[in-house]
Structures are given as structure tokens and as C-alpha cells.
Design a protein around this ligand. Structure first.
Ligand SMILES: [Zn+2]
Ligand SMILES: [Zn+2]
Length: 475
């Protein structure tokens, strides 16, 4: 039994040693010989790994901090995984220049420390799902002072999506955090979605330049200056923009911003005609929530407010919720302001439906309750819908020709032969004439008949005489 135990113990120890040694061997190889790996294969530079990947869709993982200017060539399809705690920093140029297809994942960092260079310049297709992009040596101090080290963190000329948990952040005062710029032949496209965060407190966060298309469907864009400066086409249907959204135009470059859906703008929305040209900025608000003011402006050494009806800018509001009342000049046709119970404002298209009471008819908005065109009913002639008989009441109605309001009245029964007053009448005796002339008000079932006769008398002696004559003649 002792020998058996020793044998098993030895085997056990051998197994333990194998498992404990194995990882340290792999780690040692990575630490000594490579900065990146594809699967188990390590590479001494990101460039070597990219070359090895060729045109195959390949994930390259950074295994330690790297200082390198990385270029993704046309035709390559690289996923760059940068684990938390690892930073890719440039040497002298842009940190990453993408001409192919690039996806960035992980919780690490892409940094650029050189003046006039960016962390990522994209000419191909880039999807940023993770990582922090920044310029840690940014030295600008104002809009006129670069401090010798300032530029965009990201410059997009191609197609880019910033999504997932990607984070683009900088502390510049001179360069926009992100520039999106295309050419007359090929517009650039930038989408911000998911839980992405873009933040530059003291200067423009996202500058959408000439021939640029921006779509914000999610994420958070923060700047005390301009969250979005749009010179081209921007669609904001989601996400949160903490800062102003300003749409600028200059001659030959009309611009357009549409705000809709669940977008939240915690800031002003302004349409600025930069040079007084005929190409105007256009802001369309179809939804979303806006806490700031909505206004038009021109630019002449600073923003100058323009009248709400100025033709130099266009603002059309047909939806959305606002902390401040929106100027009626901005409402789309047939849209009106409405204050909500919580004090906020919204706009809606009047849905005017006809309403009435016993006196009047009018139009009333089913949304806000506004009334218009209150006027008295216009009744036509009484229409007898059921003739009264001696024993049964009839009915008559009149209808308003405008609203259809209907008044229905009962016509009392004419009374039967056993009824004393009627009997006298039908007998055509002098008693009847006396009764008619006396026009005594009667109560009960016969009142209608007597009232009718009384009215005939009042309407004129001639008419009354005719009735009497006819009665006598027909006898
Ligand atoms: Zn209304
Ligand atoms: Zn009416």
C-alpha cells in the first residue's frame, strides 16, 4: 500500500507541475518576443501581425503596451483587441491609419502624443466597439492657441461606427474631438450608437464637416461648447447630447439637421447662416427632448441672433418635447404649441373635430382642446317624422345643417271623439266658434289642439275666417 501511495503521489505531482509550468512558459514567450498575437502566434510588432493576417478576417490581440504607427492596408480585415491596461501609442504619425476594415474591441487605450496627428484616421470602414481613444499630450489652451500639440483624436473620411463601450475623450481647446469629412465624390459616414461616449468639455465634440453624414442613434456626446457642429447632414434620432447642437451653412453648402425619436439634447439648438449666403442651414425637429432654446442666428465675429422669421435659416418643428416654449414661427403648417401638465411644451397638429351643445356648434382640437368658429345652430324646417293621431303622440325634428345637431319634439295626440272640446269643434256648432275665440289655455291631452287653434286666431282674422269658412263649406 505504501508503494502504491508513493506512485500515485509522484504522478499527481507530475500533473500539477505540468499545469503550473505551462502558462508561465507561454507568458514568458509573449513577454520576451512579442507585443501582439494572433491565436498562439506572437509578433514583435502590430505591423508584422497585420502582414501575417493578409486579407483574412483576423483578430490581433495586443499583449503589452506598444509604441507604433499602425496602418491597416486596403483589403485587410482586422479586429484589434486591446485588453484593459494596455495602451497603443503612436511614434510620430497617426496612431492608427485605416484603409481597410478595422474593428477595435477591449477596454484598453489608443493614444496619440504628437502635434497634428490623431489616434485614428479612417479612410476605410471602422467599427469601434470598445477602447478609449485620446490625445494625452494635448496642450491647447484656447481657440487661438494650439500649445504646440493639438489635433483631432479621430478624423473620419470613410465609414465609421462608434458604438458599444467605445470612449473618445480629450481636453482640447483648439481642435474638435472628432472630425467627419468627405469629398464631393464620396461622402463620409459616421454613426454614434450603443453606449459610446464622446467627450471634450471645452471645445467641439463632433464636427461634421463638408460632405459628411452623421447619424446619432445612441451614446452620449458631451461638450460645454458644441456637442455637434454640423456643416453638412446630421440625423439625431437617439442618444444624449449634452451641449449645443449648431447647424452652420455657408455659400454652396446648405446643411441640414434632423432631430427625432428618443434623442435628448441638453442644450440649445441653433441654425446659423455663416456668411449671409443663399445656402441656408435647415433644422427639422420631429421628436426628441430639447432642454435649451431653439433659435436662428447669423455669424459676424460671433453669433448674432436672427429673427425667428428670418429667411437666412430654416427651422421646422413638428414634434418633440421642450423645456422652453418654441417660437410659433418655427411650427410646421397646422402645428401648435401645447403646454403639458408637467410644465414642458410639445407641439401637435390640431385635430379639429366638430362639437356642439344645445345652443352652438364649434371646432375643437381633440389634443389640446382649443376651440374655433363658435356659432349658433342653423336649423332647417321642422320635419314631421310621425303624425300625431287622435290617440297617439307624433314627433317632429329639426336638424342643424352645419353640425347635424337634432332637436326632436313630441307632437301630442290630437285627442279622440269622446273628448269634449274636440267634439264641440268637430260638431261645428257656434259653441265651437266661441271656444276658439276665447282661446282658453287648456291642459292635458288636448292642449296642443287648443294651442294650435289659438295660434291660428292670433295669426290673423282672415286665416281664422278661412278655417271657419271651410268648416262651414265642407258641412
Ligand atoms: Zn390642438
Ligand atoms: Zn349646429
Amino acid at each position: 500500500m505504501k508503494a502504491m501511495k508513493s506512485k500515485w503521489l509522484a504522478l499527481f505531482l507530475a500533473v500539477i507541475m505540468t499545469f503550473t509550468l505551462l502558462p508561465s512558459v507561454v507568458f514568458a514567450a509573449g513577454a520576451d518576443t512579442g507585443v501582439a498575437k494572433i491565436g498562439d502566434q506572437t509578433y514583435n510588432s502590430v505591423a508584422e501581425a497585420i502582414t501575417a493576417a493578409g486579407s483574412n478576417a483576423t483578430t490581433i490581440e495586443l499583449t503589452q503596451n506598444v509604441s507604433e504607427d499602425v496602418t491597416i492596408p486596403q483589403g485587410a480585415n482586422i479586429t484589434l483587441y486591446i485588453p484593459e491596461g494596455i495602451t497603443l501609442t503612436n511614434k510620430a504619425g497617426h496612431t492608427i491609419t485605416n484603409n481597410g476594415t478595422l474593428t477595435v474591441t477591449g477596454a484598453g487605450t489608443v493614444d496619440n502624443v504628437t502635434h497634428a496627428k490623431g489616434a485614428l484616421v479612417n479612410y476605410g470602414t471602422a467599427i469601434l466597439e470598445g477602447a478609449t481613444f485620446t490625445r494625452s499630450a494635448e496642450a491647447s489652451t484656447s481657440t487661438t492657441s494650439s500649445g504646440g500639440n493639438s489635433w483631432y483624436v479621430i478624423d473620419n473620411h470613410g465609414t465609421m461606427t462608434i458604438t458599444g463601450t467605445a470612449n473618445v475623450v480629450n481636453n482640447g481647446y483648439f481642435s474638435s474631438l472628432i472630425r467627419n469629412i468627405g469629398t464631393a465624390d464620396a461622402a463620409s459616414s459616421l454613426t454614434v450608437s450603443g453606449n459610446a461616449t464622446l467627450r471634450q468639455d471645452n471645445f467641439i465634440a463632433l464636427k461634421n464637416d463638408d460632405y459628411g453624414n452623421v447619424a446619432v442613434t445612441g451614446g452620449t456626446i458631451t461638450s460645454n461648447e458644441q456637442a455637434i457642429q454640423n456643416w453638412s447632414q446630421a440625423s439625431i434620432s437617439g442618444g444624449a447630447l449634452n451641449g449645443q447642437v449648431i447647424t452652420w451653412s455657408y455659400e454652396g453648402f446648405a446643411s441640414a439637421t434632423e432631430i427625432s425619436g428618443n434623442a435628448v439634447v441638453n442644450g440649445n439648438v441653433v441654425a446659423v447662416n455663416y456668411d449671409g449666403g443663399t445656402s441656408i442651414p435647415s433644422v427639422t425637429i420631429k421628436g426628441g427632448t430639447i432642454t435649451g432654446e431653439i433659435s436662428k442666428a447669423t455669424y459676424n465675429n460671433g453669433l448674432q441672433p436672427a429673427a425667428p422669421d428670418a429667411a437666412s435659416s430654416s427651422i421646422v418643428v413638428s414634434g418633440g418635447t421642450f423645456s422652453n416654449a418654441v417660437d410659433s414661427n418655427f411650427f410646421a403648417d397646422n402645428f401648435y404649441l401645447h403646454q403639458n401638465p408637467d410644465g414642458s411644451y410639445s407641439v401637435h397638429e390640431h385635430n379639429m373635430v366638430m362639437k356642439y351643445d344645445s345652443e352652438n356648434h364649434w371646432y375643437e382640437c381633440s389634443v389640446c382642446g382649443e376651440k374655433a368658429d363658435i356659432s349658433a345652430h342653423t336649423f332647417g324646417e321642422w320635419n314631421i317624422t310621425k303624425e300625431a293621431t287622435a290617440t297617439e303622440a307624433g314627433s317632429r325634428e329639426k336638424v342643424c345643417s352645419v353640425c347635424g345637431y337634432q332637436v326632436v319634439e313630441e307632437i301630442p295626440a290630437t285627442g279622440d271623439a269622446s273628448s269634449a272640446p274636440t267634439e264641440e269643434m268637430t260638431n261645428g256648432t257656434t259653441t265651437t266658434d266661441t271656444d276658439v275665440n276665447s282661446a282658453n289655455p287648456q291642459t292635458g291631452d288636448n292642449s296642443y289642439v287648443f294651442l294650435g287653434i289659438a295660434l291660428l286666431c292670433l295669426s290673423g282674422a282672415g286665416l281664422a275666417g278661412t278655417v271657419i269658412f271651410r268648416k262651414k263649406y265642407s258641412k
